[in-house]
Design a protein around this ligand. Structure first.
Ligand SMILES: Nc1nc2c(ncn2[C@@H]2O[C@H](COP(=O)(O)OP(=O)(O)OP(=O)(O)O)[C@@H](O)[C@H]2O)c(=O)[nH]1
Ligand SMILES: [Mg+2]
Length: 372
């Protein structure tokens, strides 16, 4: 039986910052309102989320009360901080104890960088909805982000001086979030995107499919969470200067940068309404004067959205292309080397390895199964 790629994800931050709320909205179909019922997390709550065939996230939701954190940093240090793929650290923007919060964060960062130097670090400054009215330009967020980057630099420098900091990956990334809007999806999509094996290959296939359909955008969503996994053209979080030709010609720079996350939030909400009414959400097609859109299951665990502005585009033709590509899209990342694949994109990328850290099992499953 093939072993999936397991990634340990630590979810940490002071009590009440919103860790369990986020987890519940993204992975357990809670609404933001439902999270008001959540109690404080006792010690560590572990859960495994199967996320596309080849990737399983082991989420460690670490209760943030001081007594628990003190244990994480002492008796449980090795258990908590070893083999971590990603640390997601959540702050409450309304906290009145910022200096203290920073000190805790610094201690956690030291423990992480020492035990899992290659782990990615994502900081989510949460509850932005509570301050956005009084601080629309988000000055407070920027100040806090700078403080965090300084802490990260200090930690690196100290570890380097001690001869320990050689493998530390890129600097931490910081997102403003609220469980009440699409910013939560934006942050989590960016995190998950970096964890998916062969994401560049998925992106190049999406781009190929977009061009084949004479479309302007093709976007991949995970079926349960509706997080954006990848999009055609340029990388998910790229600078406007890295957009590809089709995106530039179609004015992607001027479009709402949160457009896909908004769709995630809307469709997720719609799916919930459907299931409350004992209906199942299957897909969506729309033809307007200026564009045609489909949002269809692509593989067992993904949906694809294709947007075309070509007046000749028929939804039936777009659907046909999606159905035809489904099984190959599901299969291509199954192997360590893509040499024997007939697909031109796979052949071009034949050196590309199925990059699963510490896992050299040849029988790793494909990144997803074909459509049922
Ligand atoms: N306004 C607002 N409230 C939020 C947000 N995120 C979480 N909350 C609320 O914050 C409270 C605490 O959230 P939890 O998710 O339980 O906090 P936690 O970080 O898991 O806390 P511990 O388990 O004690 O570590 C809940 O009442 C949530 O509804 C947010 O983005 N905005
Ligand atoms: Mg909790």
């Amino acid at each position: 039986m093939a072993t999936p790629a397991r990634k340990k994800v630590l979810l940490m931050g002071k009590s009440g910052s919103g860790k369990t709320s986020m987890r519940s909205v993204i992975f357990s179909n809670y609404t933001a309102r439902d999270t008001r019922r959540l109690g404080a997390t006792i010690d560590v709550e572990q859960s495994a989320v199967r996320f596309l065939g080849g990737l399983v996230l082991n989420l460690w939701d670490c209760g943030g009360q001081n007594a628990f954190v003190d244990n994480y940093l002492s008796s449980q240090k090795d258990t908590i901080f070893s083999n971590v793929a990603v640390l997601i650290y959540v702050f409450d923007i309304t906290s009145t104890e910022w200096e203290g919060d920073l000190r805790y964060f610094e201690d956690i960062l030291f423990a992480l960088r020492e035990n899992s130097p290659e782990a990615g670090v994502w900081v989510l400054i949460n509850k932005m909805d509570l301050v956005d009215k009084e601080d629309p330009k988000r000055k407070k967020f920027e100040e806090r982000k700078n403080d965090l980057l300084n802490v990260d630099n200090d930690v690196r420098k100290t570890l380097k001086d001690e001869g320990k900091g050689d493998n530390i990956r890129e600097v931490l990334r910081c997102f403003p979030t609220s469980i009440w809007d699409e910013s939560l999806y934006k942050a989590w999509s960016s995190i998950i995107h970096t964890l998916i094996p062969n994401i560049s290959l998925i992106t190049s296939h999406l781009t190929y499919l977009r061009d084949l359909c004479l479309a302007v955008e093709a976007v991949l969503f995970e079926a349960d969470t509706f997080l954006v996994i990848a999009k055609s053209g340029s990388p998910l979080d790229c600078d406007p200067s890295d957009l590809d030709q089709v995106e530039i010609e179609n004015g992607a720079k001027e479009l709402d940068q949160q457009r896909f996350e908004k769709i995630s939030e809307i469709v997720k909400g719609f799916k919930k309404t459907c299931s409350r009414n004992h209906e199942q959400y299957h897909g969506f097609e729309a033809k307007f004067d200026e564009c045609t859109i489909i949002l269809e299951p692509l593989t067992r665990n993904t949906y694809i959205m294709i947007i075309s502005v070509d007046p000749r585009a028929e939804t039936g033709a777009l659907l046909y292309n999606v159905h035809q590509s489904s099984s190959h899209m599901a299969e291509f990342a199954a192997k360590h080397t893509l040499e024997d694949h007939k697909c031109g994109i796979c052949r071009q990328n034949r050196e590309l390895k199925y990059a699963v850290q510490g896992d050299d099992d040849d029988s790793i499953p494909a990144w997803d199964d074909p459509r049922p």
